[in-house]
Design a binder for this molecule. Structure first.
Ligand code: UDP
Length: 379
């Protein structure tokens, strides 16, 4: 019997880096959505271009990123490089050192379409592909204050998460026709799963009746998370606190050792974020785009306690302007915000509704369809 010839899968290359947790999470969300929308059609490969292909010191970017964002110079460096000409000049200066690595990356990872999920590869890539151009699209994973590095006119298409980000792209010279406002790609489980909130809370030994505040500092447990947790503990508010320390083991150990006055649940890195958010009543977080977008989908009111200066400034504005939460950069202000909410349940409900109204639960699937369209694959 003749066997049906198996069709070769369509190869896609996703360029990201583990500078923070958001680029990886967004990339994984898109790959998951591609498989859900087009089962068996695409062969997706993720490459951390910094770690695997760039020379030192760029190679250490994933390790250097969390401490770098804490130093005062970070904001200054971000702002001074954030212009079309300046970004282009900086890329030009670095290119001679990066060229070999990018060319090796392209030779090692053949693909019919490249999807960039990181600002620091968008201008290097088309330069390296000058002789053998491949289509490439950029999926911007910063929500609002999107740096000039994200935007290169040579991209075939640029997908942005908000209309605010679209305005920035236009400001940096990207034609409106090359832009799509879709949302930030978030794992399907946030939108799809029907999580049994009560069962989850019982399983985690969370108090059935107390409001639960979920405290998160991105994938790396960044920002003054410990001081915020201690202030909440000292205030003895009528709530329980769940803290996700991410990959920050030291923070986890020190919070576990703390003498708690309120019911507290301390966790390390988790893959169960959709359940944690479904079980919580409010979200206290660093202004990371991934966590904020996930919080919107779960309709959680937000208290933003810190931000990475530069790329996360606009996230704070976006949340405040849309009444989905408050900005509380001092631990005392986090406590005040919690107290106000606990005393005014209508205020929590209003912020929760505003948060939900900003949700774009289908972004990853929409982007999957855009990618397929770019490859000429019919839905
Ligand atoms: N995250 C996770 N498990 C954890 C902590 C964080 O899956 O224990 C995910 C979180 O749900 C989000 C991402 O890591 O998708 C963090 O992205 P964000 O943009 O908020 O912050 P970043 O870490 O990039 O600064």
């Amino acid at each position: 019997m003749d066997e049906e010839p198996t069709q070769a899968k369509r190869r896609l290359l996703f360029l990201f880096s583990d500078t923070g947790g958001g680029h990886r999470a967004a990339t994984e969300a898109m790959i998951e959505a591609l498989e859900l929308e087009f089962p068996g059609v695409f062969d997706c490969k993720m490459v951390d271009f910094f770690r695997d292909y760039y020379p030192a010191p760029w190679r250490f970017a994933p390790e250097i990123y969390p401490p770098m964002t804490k130093v005062g110079m970070w904001g200054l460096a971000y702002r001074t490089s954030d212009g079309r000409g300046r970004a282009r000049a900086l890329t030009g200066l670095q290119y001679p050192y990066l060229r070999r690595g990018v060319r090796r990356l392209l030779a090692d990872n053949p693909a019919e379409l490249i999807i960039s999920v990181h600002p620091l590869v968008n201008s290097t890539l088309p330069r390296a592909m000058r002789k053998h151009p491949l289509p490439f699209i950029t999926v911007v994973t910063d929500m609002v204050s999107t740096h000039a590095f994200w935007f290169d006119r040579r991209a075939d298409l640029i997908v942005v998460p908000t209309s605010w980000a679209k305005e920035r792209a236009i400001h940096f010279g990207i034609p409106a026709g090359n832009l799509r406002v879709v949302g930030l790609p978030v794992a399907d489980r946030f939108a799809a799963s029907q999580i049994d909130r009560q069962a989850w809370r019982a399983e985690q030994h969370w108090d059935e009746n107390l409001p639960a505040a979920l405290l998160i500092g991105g994938g790396d447990g960044m920002g003054p998370l410990k001081r915020v947790a201690k202030a909440i503990n000292d205030a003895r508010l009528p709530l329980q606190l769940a803290v996700i320390c991410g990959r920050n083991e030291e923070l986890k150990a020190s919070l576990e050792a703390l003498e708690w006055n309120i019911p507290a649940h301390i966790y390390g890195f988790t893959r169960e974020m959709p359940s944690f958010m479904a079980g919580a009543d409010m979200l206290i977080t660093k202004a990371g785009p991934g966590t904020i977008s996930e919080g919107f989908i779960k309709g959680l009111p937000l208290i933003l306690y810190s931000k990475v200066t530069g790329q996360e400034d606009g996230n704070v504005e976006y949340v405040l302007e849309n009444n989905a939460g408050v900005w509380a950069p001092r631990p005392r202000e986090v406590v005040d915000a919690l107290r106000t909410w606990l005393e005014n349940p209508e205020a929590i409900s209003a912020a929760a509704a505003a948060s939900l109204s900003l949700a774009r639960p289908n972004a990853a699937r929409e982007i999957a369809r855009i990618i397929a369209e770019q490859c000429g694959v019919q839905g």
